[in-house]
Design a protein around this ligand. Sequence first.
Ligand SMILES: C[S@@+](CC[C@H](N)C(=O)[O-])C[C@H]1O[C@@H](n2cnc3c(N)ncnc32)[C@H](O)[C@@H]1O
Length: 227
Amino acid sequence: MSTFGAAVAIALLAFAIVVLGWWLLFATEGVYLGRRVVVWLYDVFATRYDGIKRFHPEHDHMFLAQPIMQRVAPEKAPYVLDVATGTGRLPAAMLRHVQFAGPILALDASRRMLDVAALKLEGQAGVLLIQSTAEQIPTADGEFDVVTCLEALEFMERPARVARELCRVVRPGGWLLITNRRTGRLMPGKTFTETQLHDLLIECGMQAVAFETWQVDYDLVWAQKQP
Ligand SMILES: C[S@@+](CC[C@H](N)C(=O)[O-])C[C@H]1O[C@@H](n2cnc3c(N)ncnc32)[C@H](O)[C@@H]1O
């Protein structure tokens, strides 16, 4: 091989390594490298997470807190579990709802994300933040009126197993709210088609599974546990 050919080959190899590294670490947030890498990345970016996401409190009220309260009505104090709570977006939305008076358990595997959540929710009674993985939720079956898991299933090693675990802790007649990533081609094996997720939730004892367009990347998925 000529010197020029060798230089081109090295440049192509370097380019491929950079693209692969970007895909493994940033595009897919470390999910193909294992849970430790995912959690490490969230630890590293925890203090910048809210700035990157730029949540709109009024949207979260309209699309999350308000529909949850409508589904559990007339109950004003549902017991809510938010799995992979991150910086506490769902608890914050629930606590802003004037009628909500329930307790919230919020868990995440990243200590630093929970630290940011704790600062955000400081002084708010009724929220317990715990460090735990979604794969093994440390509560009994059927404990919660509402279980949520937003923008997180695709970052789990085994999303289907986590979906089953979420269903396990919903009480009969209670509600599940999760997100399904629509742009799944970037993340093979980590996302579901609507049919796959629908069938999985039915198999887990859920009913009334409904998909709702939410954001560019995500649908909201509602389901009710069979009474
Ligand atoms: C994109 S953030 C979503 C956070 C929050 N639900 C929201 O909507 O802003 C994903 C979260 O999942 C958490 N996470 C990733 N894998 C996890 C696992 N196996 N168990 C628990 N949390 C996990 C990360 O630490 C991170 O906080």
